[in-house]
Design a protein around this ligand. Structure first.
Ligand code: ZN
Length: 380
């Protein structure tokens, strides 16, 4: 396993932020990277052409949604997820676990896996570590995640302990399942990442990191954070874990974050992030700009001839006014969500470009404090 894959740290700054290259069979990703979320094999509001134009080097797809609809077997028969959705660049799939824990009904968790009812039609399914790996192999994503146990926040200590134990057991089984598939079928063109859990208990986080790192995954994710705890707590836990993960493997902080927080996580040694925020906020008329948030439905923009963000080079800002965007949202036009999403994703990817540059020049701390200063003020 691992042919055509590599990760190389090209530069580490004084505090531990890293710039690197993650090579996959579908292309090389510059890290740190932000991955737009393409839940059901589409990033809501964007075509694949638009994503390419925006410079997205990798997207995330959700195993839970694709397993239920249209089904991983259908996607496999149609040539895998890349061919199915006509996206030639890298794809990371999650394990489906997070959605099972947050969307599905009648969940029952045992050591075997999670039994649940589909939120679509009520049908019953079992998601086990092996099944989550099997689905992702059928999808053919470049990077697959192991099934982990996600628990609510704040979690009592005994529950968090049990989830750490189960997450490690499940990681072992997922790793063995893929190794067995490789023995039977030959080379597997997919990297599998382990996941660290442990809620907001730093000793459990450290223990989970040690246990999962022992399994020798090519990359590691930090899960179960940014789920309602204060940002400082997310940073504390991330820092604890990142310090214990092998320096030569990519580190992925799952489900983050707000624009001004991205640099904080990179400062802690994170290489990969994903979040629905830029796309979801866009559909709710919340635009991110270099000066802070613009809530475009506000009446004050009715006559505003300026672009969403005068400092933005995206094709939406080069062409359309705030007044026009506001009108589209007020009229409930589809184009409103499309244009807003385009801008927000461009804004996130541009932050990552600036972060990579700041690592190169050793001024990430300055970039980070400027971002926080602009966003603390609230909507502009
Ligand atoms: Zn723009």
């Amino acid at each position: 396993m691992g042919v055509n894959f590599s990760f190389e740290v090209a530069k580490t700054d004084a505090v531990g932020a890293r710039r690197g290259l993650l090579a996959t069979p579908h292309g090389t990703i510059e890290t740190p990277v932000f991955m737009p979320v393409g839940t059901a094999a589409t990033v809501k509001g964007l075509t694949q052409e638009a994503l390419e134009q925006l410079g997205a080097s990798i997207i995330l797809a959700n195993t839970y949604h694709l397993y239920l609809r249209p089904g991983h077997e259908l996607i496999r028969q149609l040539g895998g997820l890349h061919q199915f959705m006509s996206w030639r660049r890298p794809i990371l799939t999650d394990s489906g676990g997070y959605q099972v824990f947050s969307l599905a009904e009648l969940r029952k968790i045992t050591d075997e896996g999670v039994r649940f009812r589909s939120h679509l039609d009520g049908s019953e399914h079992l998601l086990s570590p092996e099944k989550a790996a099997e689905i992702q192999l059928a999808l053919g994503s470049d990077i697959a995640m192991v099934l982990d146990e996600c628990i609510e926040t704040p979690a009592p200590r005994d529950k968090a302990e049990a989830a750490v134990r189960r997450t490690t057991e499940w990681a072992k089984r997922a790793r063995n399942y893929v190794r067995e598939c490789a023995r039977r079928n030959g080379e597997i063109r997919q990297w599998q990442f382990g996941i660290v859990q442990g809620a907001t208990f730093s000793d459990l986080r450290r223990e989970s990191a040690r246990q999962v790192a022992e399994l020798d995954f090519p990359g590691y994710a930090v899960g179960g954070l940014a789920v309602g705890e204060p940002h400082a707590m997310t940073c504390d836990m991330t820092g604890e874990v990142a310090a214990l993960l092998p320096a030569d493997r990519p580190r992925y902080l799952m489900g983050v974050g707000r624009p001004e927080q991205l640099a904080d996580y990179v400062t802690l040694g994170i290489d990969m992030m994903d979040c629905v925020l830029p796309t979801r906020a866009a559909r709710h008329a919340c635009l991110y700009t270099s000066e802070g948030r613009v809530l475009i439905k506000n009446a004050r923009y009715a006559h505003d001839r300026r672009p969403i963000d005068p400092a933005c080079a995206c094709s939406v800002c080069r062409r359309y006014t705030r007044a026009y965007l506001r009108h589209l949202f007020a009229a409930g036009e589809l184009t409103a969500a499309i244009l807003a999403t385009h801008h927000n994703v461009h804004f996130y990817l541009d932050i990552m470009r600036q972060i990579r540059e700041a690592i190169e020049f050793g001024n990430l701390a300055k970039f980070s404090s400027e971002m926080h200063a602009r966003y603390v003020a609230g909507p502009v």
